[in-house]
Design a protein around this ligand. Structure first.
Ligand code: NDP
Length: 316
């Protein structure tokens, strides 16, 4: 992919995905409530990301910012910075659109907001279904049924590749065993505290690409909940590793995930950080440092969505 700073990964359906992406979710506030989208900061951030060399943008229907992603990409196409086929765009199906015949219309709505005729990747956001957008009333729709709608979207050319997010190992195995069109990507939380060894092994053996969301986990004090396990960004051992490579701690973390075979999708709306995060393709961690970084794994999640825990297909 021209001008892309990250190497590409050949997915199991033959398409290519840049192995580094840009997150666009504004996150939860301190009360676990999603931060509302009130200005054009996402559009500006995506424009900065494309200028910096990102070619893979992650959004979702529920983020309420597909229109901003669409504007940013369109602007950069108009300015000649990128062509549409050089940008890998991912969006996601929300939980209230899991009925098989709701999937294609939901994607069409996303495409309209994104101002494009296809997405490169369409992901099922969660394995469970809800009655309406913000409802906590669960519907028993089986994700295998939803998957058939995703397959239809791929057949129609509305999504080049399809995959899932937040499936646990049993759910992923069941989907694999019951689908003709296999998921190309699994997007799951992956950071120092939750390194996903079992899911990564399954995906490696079944040629499913692993995309890692919330790649910084609890690294930054502003995002660490009380009681969140270490390390923080000022951890002396991490600082020493970063100094050794003349890199920053966030860069070391992203590089570690990349070397695990994961495609990290860090989010930032800050120009210097957007550029900093992508600058990880000119160094390699040694085995000693990798072994140290491995020790932080404790299966601790930032995105545990306990408020969904009553759903039949709740994954965690
Ligand atoms: P991240 O781990 O990407 O962390 C984002 C936070 O880190 C922001 O507060 C950002 O601040 C800060 N930050 C980024 N880079 C740096 C840096 N170099 N130094 C200091 N601070 C930094 O968390 P996300 O939860 O946003 O995950 C990334 C993306 O993954 C999301 O945006 C979304 O696209 C996707 N995602 C998918 C989920 C799913 O269910 N499928 C769930 C959660 C996320 P600032 O922006 O102010 O610079």
């Amino acid at each position: 992919i021209p001008a892309c700073k990250a190497p590409a990964y050949r997915l199991n359906d033959g398409n290519h995905m840049p192995r580094f992406g840009f997150g666009t979710w504004l996150g939860f506030d301190n009360n676990q409530v999603p931060v509302p989208v009130t200005d054009d900061s996402v559009q500006k951030a995506v424009e900065l990301a494309l200028e910096a060399g990102y070619r893979h943008i992650d959004t979702a229907a529920i983020y309420d910012d597909e229109d901003q992603v669409g504007k940013a990409v369109s602007n950069k196409i108009e300015e000649g910075v990128v062509k549409r086929d050089e940008v890998f765009i991912t969006t996601k199906l929300w939980n209230d659109k899991h009925a098989c015949d709701s999937v294609v219309p939901a994607l069409q709505e996303s495409l309209q907001k994104l101002n494009t005729s296809y997405v490169d990747l369409f992901l099922m956001h969660w394995p469970f279904a809800t009655e309406s957008k913000f409802s906590m009333k669960f519907v028993e729709t089986d994700y295998l049924e939803t998957w058939q709608g995703m397959v239809e979207a791929k057949k129609l050319g509305l999504a080049k590749s399809i995959g899932v997010c937040n499936f646990n190992l049993g759910q992923l195995q069941r989907l694999w065993n019951n689908s003709d069109v296999k998921p190309a990507v699994l997007q799951v939380e992956t950071n120092l505290n939750i390194q996903q060894p079992e899911l990564r092994e399954f995906c490696h053996n079944h040629d499913i690409a692993v995309m890692g969301y919330t790649p910084f986990g609890s690294l930054f004090p502003s995002r660490a909940r009380p009681g969140a396990p270490p390390p923080r960004v000022d951890d002396p051992h991490l600082v020493a590793i970063a100094q050794k490579y003349n890199k920053t701690v966030p860069q070391v973390v992203l590089r570690y995930l990349f070397e695990l075979g994961v495609t990290p999708i860090p989010k930032s709306v800050t120009k210097t950080r957007i550029e900093e995060n992508l600058d990880i393709f000119n160094f390699q961690l040694d085995e000693f440092d990798r072994q140290h970084l491995k020790t932080y794994h404790s299966n601790y999640r930032v995105v545990d969505v306990k408020f969904f825990s009553e759903a039949t297909y709740y994954p965690f």
